[in-house]
Ligand binder design. Sequence first.
Ligand SMILES: [Zn+2]
Length: 187
Amino acid sequence: MEEIDSSTTWWRIDARDRIVATDDAFKRFAVENGTPDLAADLVGQSLWEHLAGIEVRHLYELLLESLRAGGRAVTYDYRCDSPTLRRYLQLTAQARPNGDVDFRSTTLEIEPRDVQPLLDAHRSAAPGLIRMCSWCKRLATPSRWIEVERAVAELGLFEADPLPGITHAVCPDCERRFMDAIGGSSR
Ligand SMILES: [Zn+2]
């Protein structure tokens, strides 16, 4: 029996942005990440059901438009953190002639971290929202975007119970990186 390489996962959307295929590694990743329901029913769902935040959705629109217009494959680094891990990943997206787009995500590095309850997707949240960059997973403070550990200290969240909710955004650094990757301009 062939060993599945869980450091790379793969999924495909069709020309109408429906997820039409994925590999077993993706399902396992979803289970490890605390979202087993995502693994079970992913095929047939719209990509857009899984993209949170207006800014992220806008950048994905630009990405898909560029790829389907004949643009070259796009590769960019991103993070997919959990309460106990920093995961550094790289995503490559490439269109096929029929309008399908293949996504391949490779894990570059995984670092354990002290538990960050703020990143627990299942916790109950207090009113009020903290903005998190969907790509680098840094949090917005009044002056800058910083790693969760430092943001918790800077925003005085050690004592907060329940913790505030998280809303997904894109930080200026990642927006610039992303626009460079797809070879466009955000302005
Ligand atoms: Zn970012």
